[in-house]
Design a protein. Structure first.
Length: 667
């Protein structure tokens, strides 16, 4: 598993962490992160081993541009070093280890000196090692222009150690003092002999912008934002609505597809197969006479209007996220221009989408394995790049698990090569291993099963899984309280307290979260049918008119949660989650803290939206660095302060008065 310049490397390098699937996939970080690397590095025999961590940005492909940090021993042949990633894009890192003859000689020489032994021969051996380094300094061009000057210094060290010529009269103690000089050690480390070094395989880091790891998403349908009920909304209407979203603290505004909507087989209200005059259809039935994936629906406005929305949102610290759904309505220009990109049935007609017994006659899937797949793939990549040119750098990708893994690995890398700050959210509600594979292939964030995890056991088990180091290296959860497709039974039956509970959980269990609004803050919870997760009168198929100023709105809670998240650094990561014992099946207690324990947030949530529950909480005060005295507990939701003493505390929560505490703990 190692590359070497010799046939029999003496140094072994094993157990490198972080590493994903043996180095097959890149780990993920954001700009400014510290990357901590550990490895087992050891050799046969008793010679001393020296190892370094090398790293470089992908733009620096020359072997001479590796930057290095020395690995520090942790014990039992385990070593550690770290570095910071300062630029977007890909970094490489690897471990280099070698048997260091000078370090070994110096170590043994000290033992001989301490034992009072004669060291004449040993000092001569060391002098030869120093002189060899002087020769290397002048013969290896990679060492740079200072090497010639350093070579003179090395020779000046070698002479007294060997006691040659003018130094013949030096006693052993004087020669030993020169040999142990720290300046000599620094020079020897600079011009070390690495001809027999072991070099680990190069591993990769994908470095994303900060919003990849910490973001708050708000989804809306632009066509529902006309000030006049029943009238199709526009991008300009959305611009007028931006202050409402910004005031709640969301920093990503996600729009479902904004393209022309097909008319053939257009779905009616509540997903009826027959539409009525005036029905607007599903935005996911993409393509009509006005264009396809690189066009906007004429009733929403123009591309100039869309660019104005992007620019105005950015001024309010929001980015626009656009839904990319690689499918077509029968009216899409691709269908006529490139019929070879679709599967055909024996009767010659194009195969529409199906999920038996459901039929989606208004949607044609692409055939990613058609004979003309290269042209198809290039065209789909160009869709991302087109919208990037319009200012969109965040994409929510619809159903990526129904497209080939190979396409995503290639396409996402190609897009990020041009647009390195691009963020991709995977909407793949599928089997876990498929979800995780998509994350490994390059998706920045991922939808999760959070919506269907509602009990204490379900939440604890699921988020413990997501927090495991191997998975956390690649999988960034984005927790959604609801979506236009998912209205969970918990919300249908739990009333306003249930909405508050799920908002607190989503905002604090993960670092990325989202709501489909205003349905969420306005407590929309009527299903289309008993047992269904579809909304009655779903906005997917009709225009809505929302009264966002209703007095029962949860907008103030959402604003408070987003403010808490911005002010508490511990909530801005996902992998630092820890659950705590509390003796109630309906109370969930968990914390997040920064590495130095300077910021600690403790959440306690009553999962029962109907009844009050209480229990005794146990906290690891040693880990929190709060043992040995009282500490202050500030409820960030209510601004109430308490003083706690000791590791056990009684907690009671009534969902009608407030179903959760979000505490900041401090001395």
């Amino acid at each position: 598993m190692t590359q070497n310049e010799v046939d029999f490397p003496r140094v072994a390098i094993e157990g490198i962490r972080p590493m994903v699937d043996g180095g097959r996939f890149a780990i993920k970080r954001i700009v400014g992160d510290e990357v901590v690397v550990e490895a087992d590095v050891f050799a046969d025999g008793h010679d001393e081993v020296v190892a370094v961590l090398q790293h470089r940005h992908a733009e620096d492909s020359d072997d001479s541009v590796w930057q290095e940090q020395p690995l520090a021993p942790l014990g039992n042949d385990r070593w550690r070093a770290s570095f910071h990633v300062e630029k977007l894009g890909r970094y490489g890192y690897r471990i280099v280890g070698w048997v260091d003859r000078f370090h070994t000689w110096r170590h043994d020489l000290k033992k001989r000196n301490d034992a009072g032994q004669n060291m004449h021969v040993d000092l001569s051996i060391g002098a030869a090692l120093v002189e060899a380094a002087a020769v290397r300094a002048t013969s290896v061009s990679a060492f740079g222009p200072a090497a010639k000057h350093d070579a003179v210094k090395l020779s000046a060290y070698a002479a007294p150690i060997a006691a040659t010529k003018n130094f013949a009269a030096l006693d052993q103690a004087s020669r030993y003092a020169v040999a142990m000089d720290e300046g000599l050690l620094a020079l020897m480390d600079r011009y070390v002999d690495r001809s027999q070094a072991t070099i680990s395989p190069e591993l990769e880091i994908l470095v994303d912008p900060p919003r990849a790891a910490f973001s708050a998403w708000y989804e809306l349908f632009p066509r529902s934002y006309s000030p006049a009920p029943g009238k199709h909304g526009t991008f300009r209407d959305c611009i007028a609505h931006l202050p409402y979203i910004a005031e709640m603290g969301f920093d990503v505004l996600y729009l479902p597809p904004i393209h022309p909507v097909g008319k053939a087989f257009r779905k009616g209200k509540n997903n009826q197969e027959q539409c009525e005059p005036g029905d607007v259809g599903s935005p996911w039935a993409i393509g009509a006479a006005a264009g396809g994936h690189k066009a906007v629906h004429p009733e929403l406005g123009t591309l100039d209007d869309f660019r104005a929305l992007v620019a105005t949102a950015r001024k309010q610290n929001m980015e626009i996220a656009l839904d990319i759904a690689f499918q077509c309505s029968p009216d899409h220009p691709y269908v006529k221009e490139h019929p070879q990109w679709f599967r055909h049935r024996p009767d010659g007609t194009i195969q529409y989408a199906e999920n038996p017994p459901k039929k989606y006659q208004d949607i044609y899937p692409f055939d990613f394995e058609c004979d003309d797949w290269r042209t198809l793939w290039d065209e789909l990549k160009s869709v991302f790049l087109f919208w990037a040119e319009q200012g969109v750098h965040i994409f929510r990708v619809d159903n990526p698990h129904t497209k080939p893994f190979g396409f995503w690995e290639w396409c996402l890398a190609e897009v990020k090569r041009v647009q390195p700050d691009a963020v991709f959210l995977s909407e793949a509600f599928t089997r876990p291993k498929i979800m995780y594979r998509l994350a490994k292939l390059g998706f920045t964030q991922s939808y999760t099963y959070f919506t269907w995890r509602n009990t204490k056991q379900e939440l604890t088990e699921y988020f413990t899984e997501l927090s495991q180091p191997a998975l956390a290296e690649v999988f960034r959860p984005n927790l959604w309280t609801n979506t236009p497709d998912i209205l969970h039974d918990y919300l249908q039956r739990g009333g306003p307290p249930a909405f508050a509970v799920r908002a607190v959980l989503a905002a604090t269990l993960g670092a990325n979260w989202g709501v489909y609004g205003p349905a969420y803050e306005l407590l929309e919870r009527t299903p289309r049918d008993p047992g269904s997760e579809e909304y009655l009168n779903s906005e997917k198929y009709e225009l809505k008119h929302w009264d966002v100023n209703r007095p029962d709105s949860l907008r103030h809670l959402l604003r408070r949660l987003n403010r808490i998240r911005r002010e508490q650094p511990a909530l801005q990561r996902a992998e630092n989650l820890a659950f705590h014992t509390i003796d109630s099946d309906q109370l969930l207690a968990y914390s997040k803290r920064t590495a130095d324990a300077g910021n600690i947030v403790l959440a306690i949530v009553n999962l029962d939206p109907h009844r009050a529950h209480s229990g005794w909480l146990e906290l690891p005060l040693d880990q929190f660095r709060l043992s040995g005295g009282s500490y202050e507990v500030l409820d960030l939701l209510s601004d109430r302060k308490f003083t706690w003493q000791g590791a056990r505390e009684y907690v009671e929560l009534d969902p009608q008065r407030g179903p959760a505490h979000v505490f900041q703990l401090r001395r």
